[in-house]
Design a protein. Structure first.
Length: 285
C-alpha cells in the first residue's frame, strides 16, 4: 500500500478522537479544524516509520498545536470584545460538532477557558483522555510531577475549589523579594525566572481605572509589564498569604495578591477597590 494512502487511512481513523481533544482544548469549532489540519500536515512532513503507537503520536501532536494556539491568544487579550469565549457547535450540518458540544457542556468549557494553557492541556489530556503524565510532561516542558500538579490545580478550579498556594511563607518571601528586585532593576530575565510560564495577571475595575490592563497572560508579557516598576511596592501579608502593597502618597492604593506554586508566581491579582482592600487582613511582611 502507498505510504501516504496508509497514513491517510490511519489519520481518518483517528480524526474523531483528534477533534474531540482539540475541541476540549480550544472550545472553538473553527480552531478545531485548523488544529486537526495542522496535525495532518505535520504527519505528512514527519518520519513515523519508528512510531509504534500512531494514535498516541497524533494525540501528542494535536495537543502541541492546541497549546501553541492557546498561548497565541494572549496577543489578542486587549481586543474590545474581551477574552475568548467558547463557541457553540455550528448548526450547519456538522452533527459531530454538536455531539461534541453536548458531551462537554457549555458550562465546563467556560470554566476551562479560565485555566492557563498548560493547566488546560494537563487536565484535558489526563482527566478526559487518560494520557499518562509521563507523556504530558514533555508537551508542557515540565517534569511528570509538575504536570500532575498542573492537572490537580486545574481540577480544583473546575470543581470550584480555590487554588492552594505554597504554605511556606519564608520561601514565598524569597520569591517575592526576587520579583521586586528584578522589577525595580528592570531585569527582564530575572522576572522570567520567578514567573510561571503561564502566569496570569488580572486587575479589578478600580485598578483598570488607574491604567492597568484587565488581563495579561504569559511570563514574557507579565515581565514586560512589571519591568522597571514596583518602586512603591513592598511585601505584605494579605489574609495570611504573601502579597505586595503599593503605597503612593502615604496611602495604600493597590494590593497585588499573589499565587505562588512550585517556587514561581502563577497568578497576580491587582486589587484597587477601597472597599475590598478594607476587608483584607493586611500586615507588614
Amino acid at each position: 500500500m502507498d505510504e501516504k494512502k496508509f497514513l491517510a487511512e490511519k489519520f481518518e481513523a483517528n480524526r474523531a478522537h483528534l477533534r474531540a481533544v482539540a475541541y476540549r482544548m480550544l472550545g472553538s469549532t473553527g480552531e478545531v479544524d485548523d488544529a486537526v489540519q495542522e496535525t495532518w500536515l505535520r504527519l505528512c512532513r514527519s518520519d513515523t516509520s519508528g512510531v509504534e503507537n500512531l494514535s498516541g503520536w497524533l494525540t501528542t501532536v494535536v495537543a502541541r498545536v492546541c497549546l501553541d494556539m492557546l498561548r497565541s491568544r494572549k496577543s489578542r487579550r486587549e481586543e474590545p470584545m474581551g477574552p475568548h469565549l467558547p463557541e457553540p457547535a455550528a448548526d450547519d450540518g456538522h452533527e459531530r460538532d454538536a455531539e461534541m458540544a453536548d458531551s462537554v457542556g457549555a458550562a465546563l468549557l467556560v470554566v476551562l477557558e479560565t485555566l492557563a494553557p498548560a493547566e488546560r492541556l494537563a487536565f484535558v489530556l489526563h482527566d478526559m483522555f487518560a494520557v499518562p503524565f509521563e507523556e504530558i510532561a514533555p508537551i508542557v516542558g515540565r517534569s511528570p510531577a509538575a504536570a500532575r500538579q498542573l492537572a490537580s490545580r486545574a481540577r480544583r478550579r473546575v470543581q470550584g475549589a480555590p487554588t492552594i498556594p505554597d504554605a511556606d511563607l519564608s520561601r514565598q518571601r524569597k520569591i517575592v523579594d526576587a520579583f521586586l528586585a528584578a522589577s525595580r532593576g528592570g531585569d527582564f530575565e530575572g522576572l522570567l525566572a520567578v514567573l510561571d510560564p503561564d502566569v496570569v495577571f488580572r486587575a479589578d475595575h478600580a485598578a483598570q481605572r488607574l491604567g492597568s490592563l484587565a488581563e495579561i497572560r504569559g511570563a514574557a508579557a507579565v515581565a514586560e509589564t512589571f519591568k522597571g516598576r514596583a518602586q512603591a511596592a513592598k511585601p505584605a501579608l494579605v489574609d495570611g498569604a504573601m502579597a505586595l502593597a503599593v503605597v503612593m502618597g502615604g496611602e495604600l492604593r493597590i494590593v497585588l495578591r499573589l499565587t505562588i506554586t512550585e517556587d514561581r508566581i502563577a497568578a497576580v491579582e491587582a486589587v484597587a477597590d477601597a472597599e475590598r482592600i478594607g476587608k483584607f487582613e493586611l500586615l507588614d511582611a
